[in-house]
Design a protein around this ligand. Structure first.
Ligand code: NAD
Length: 380
């Protein structure tokens, strides 16, 4: 029997690709309801979806920021029956906080947080009644928290200090036996119980890539943290009703998201920000960010394939990173519960190591590709 899948934000990027991939499923297991704010923007989707439109693909208009629009859209679905809800619609916001108006910040929360909550609120009661359903939320590595789902790696305590950007010594004191995974352990941390330069190097190198992603995305990051917190709480209740909830956490993805943000940046005038901050933003952050998208970015197809895997898994995980290069965020948060390690490492990497970016990325790629793959969901 076909499953009804409703997806938000399908006029471009990841949402469009998920809609097409599911509508084109060879076994025709999905009836895709692709939604977008403005149906005049449907052409790209329809072109990519080919002859599936009218068969496994339907189009509806939906603005996640409007109660009426959400209600009307769900009411127009047959029996309001949605098996899988994919909350994909989202907006970004870049720049020094001093320069951003409160209204702009609220707009991000309105879409990324309240928009998702509004959708869940509308669809979840029917899922609960039916004792079945799966809610997917497109989060981000920028929405990751300390308690990330990493069954392979549990570091209980760690000692660390940062010396000129190098974490040294870094000794992870205890690894829960049942979660021991020697391959991952050795790659990232060296032999258990011993500080290791190799580990230091690899951890540093990988974090460099992440650092430029996080800074100056403060409000966007906060909106994704907010939705992760909401979901962490909801997942517990939903389990009781046999409704599944999964977060997809991509790193950089080549979509209009990136282009739209860069266009915004070009127009920015930075009222209220001091010259140093503007310089860090324009001369350090923006070039590194572009590098990162180029070097590490995944395609929206990759994210669509990961999402399909999560939907089709018999026991879907709650958290699903799509890019294994970003797993060090998780390791770092486990390693220092006080949070100091993250802040100081990002600081050192962004402001003291910027020029090493290229070398770093290639080393990192070699280091991580095979051994950490199983902690992430891969598109293939
Ligand atoms: P995108 O800009 O191509 O897609 C976002 C879509 O959401 C657009 O089609 C837009 O029209 C839609 N949208 C915005 N506000 C809406 C509203 N009020 N109602 C309905 N639709 C609305 O970018 P994308 O990269 O495909 O982004 C999709 C999701 O992936 C977002 O939630 C984003 O935060 C997340 N994400 C993106 C990246 C990335 O690097 N591109 C990385 C991690 C997570």
């Amino acid at each position: 029997e076909q499953k009804a899948v409703l997806i938000t934000g399908c006029s471009s990027g990841i949402g469009l690709r998920i809609a097409v991939l599911l509508a084109r499923d060879e076994q025709k297991r999905y009836h895709v309801i692709a939604t977008m704010r403005d149906l005049r923007k449907k052409d790209r989707l329809l072109e990519a979806a080919g002859d599936t439109y009218g068969k496994t693909l339907a189009l509806l208009s939906l603005d996640v920021c409007s109660d009426d629009s959400v209600r009307q859209c769900i009411d127009s679905v047959k029996d309001r029956h949605i098996d899988i809800l994919i909350n994909n619609a989202g907006v970004g916001l870049l720049g020094p906080v001093e320069s951003i108006s409160m209204d702009e910040m609220k707009r991000v929360f309105e879409t990324n947080f309240f928009g998702t909550v509004r959708m869940i609120k509308e669809v979840m009661p029917d899922m609960k009644k039916r004792r079945s359903g799966h809610i997917i939320v497109m989060s981000s590595v920028m929405g990751l928290q300390g308690r990330t789902d990493t069954p392979n790696l549990l570091c209980h305590t760690a000692e660390c200090s940062t010396v000129r950007g190098t974490i040294e010594p870094f000794r992870v004191m205890h690894l829960a036996e049942e979660h021991y995974d020697s391959q991952i352990w050795h790659t990232w941390f060296g032999p258990p119980w011993e500080g290791s330069r190799t580990m230091t190097l690899s951890l540093n190198m990988s974090l460099l890539n992440l650092s430029a992603g996080v800074v100056f995305n403060d409000v966007y990051t906060a909106s994704k943290f907010a939705i992760e917190g909401f979901c962490e709480s909801m997942a517990v209740q939903l389990l009781k009703f046999n409704v599944k909830l999964s977060l997809i956490e991509p790193g950089p993805v080549h979509t209009e998201f990136e282009t739209k943000m860069m266009e915004e940046v070009a127009k920015m005038e930075y009222p209220g920000a001091d010259a140093d901050t503007v310089r860090y933003f324009k001369d350090v952050y923006i070039p590194s960010s572009i590098d990162i998208f180029e070097a590490l970015g995944q395609t929206p197809e990759d994210i669509a394939k990961c999402t399909k895997k999560v939907i089709e898994s018999s026991r879907p995980r709650f958290r699903n990173l799509t890019n294994s290069l970003y797993t060090p965020i998780v390791a770092m948060k486990y390693a220092d519960e006080t949070g100091g390690l993250s802040v100081h490492t990002f600081y050192n990497l962004l402001f003291n190591f910027g020029s090493l970016m290229h070398i770093t990325m290639s080393i990192l790629k070699c280091l991580t590709c095979s051994c950490l793959r199983r902690r992430t969901i891969s598109p293939d």
